[in-house]
Unconditional design. Sequence first.
Length: 94
Amino acid sequence: MKIISVAFAVILVLAACNRNPLTGSKLTLDNYNQVTTGMSKAQVEKILGPATSMETKDMIIFKKTTWRYEDGNKFAVVTFKNDEVDSKDTNLGR
């Protein structure tokens, strides 16, 4: 019974931190919705944590960086133009 109580307490703490209570991932719809155009990479990382994968392309007149976040079959993609959020996409909430 004590183990169940401890597990429940851990789930409550993780839920209060805007994390997926089962995986601990910060990739939640609430966190995703906090990311807005013009944010810096540091601001996004503070909200969503480190990206699962990153890709940077030098487009001559600007630098395009894509961060992909994955948690099981859920994902979010944040695209930066010159290190500021330019666009984002997700399947969270679908």
